[in-house]
Design a protein around this ligand. Structure first.
Ligand code: PRP
Length: 183
């Protein structure tokens, strides 16, 4: 992306919450932590499409361990800024996770609806262990076990680095809150 395109897209942001440099540094730390914790049991990373793709791509390259990757597609926001309350599966895993050390990789845990649905679903498939790594976590009443958190997320509608509004802004290298005129 050229600097010009980046600036044009970033103009729709109210505020940059996490710069590309901050994200890169934190993702490296998360990768090192995961590598330490899984040193004796190579993990299977399960990325949740679509929002996870930049985070997962950077995270796997920061984990100095043999690992494998699979994907699930889940959607609940559609083109809206509020959750529809219904989680739709758009893609299932390619393989069984029975006996695997599964680490779910998400861009954001917001209301927690998606993650609760996902964890309930994955537990029935009998993984050896099941943990969550989310780049952003909105503090709230969800009480979900998110083992690895990149940043606590302020209460705003956030876009960039995989996070979208109506499919846009996923390619911004930073994360910011979206101006109301852009919605
Ligand atoms: C986003 C995000 C999470 C979910 C979090 O997905 O990627 O999966 O919402 O929100 P929640 O905690 O309130 O459930 P979305 O439905 O927007 O699909 P996308 O990843 O394809 O953008």
């Amino acid at each position: 992306m050229t600097r010009r395109t980046q600036l044009e897209l970033a103009r729709d942001l109210d505020k940059v919450l996490f710069s590309a440099e901050q994200i890169a540094a934190r993702v490296r730390e998360l990768g090192e932590q995961v590598a330490q914790d899984y040193a004796d049991r190579p993990p299977l990373l399960v990325g949740i499409l679509c929002g996870c793709f930049p985070f997962l791509a950077d995270l796997v390259r920061s984990i100095d361990l043999p690992l494998r990757v699979d994907f699930m597609g889940l959607s609940s926001y559609g083109d809206d800024t509020a959750s529809s309350g219904v989680v739709r599966t758009t893609k299932d895993l390619e393989r069984s996770i029975e006996g695997e050390h599964v680490l779910v990789v998400e861009d954001i845990v917001d209301t927690g609806l998606t993650m609760r649905y996902l964890l309930d679903n994955l537990r029935t498939r009998r993984p050896a262990s099941l943990e969550v790594c989310a780049l952003l976590h909105k503090p709230g009443p969800q009480a979900l076990p998110v083992r690895y958190v990149g940043f606590p997320c302020p209460d705003a509608f956030v876009v960039g680095y995989g996070l979208d509004y109506a499919g846009r802004y996923r390619n911004l290298p930073m994360i910011g809150s979206l101006r109301s005129h852009a919605r």
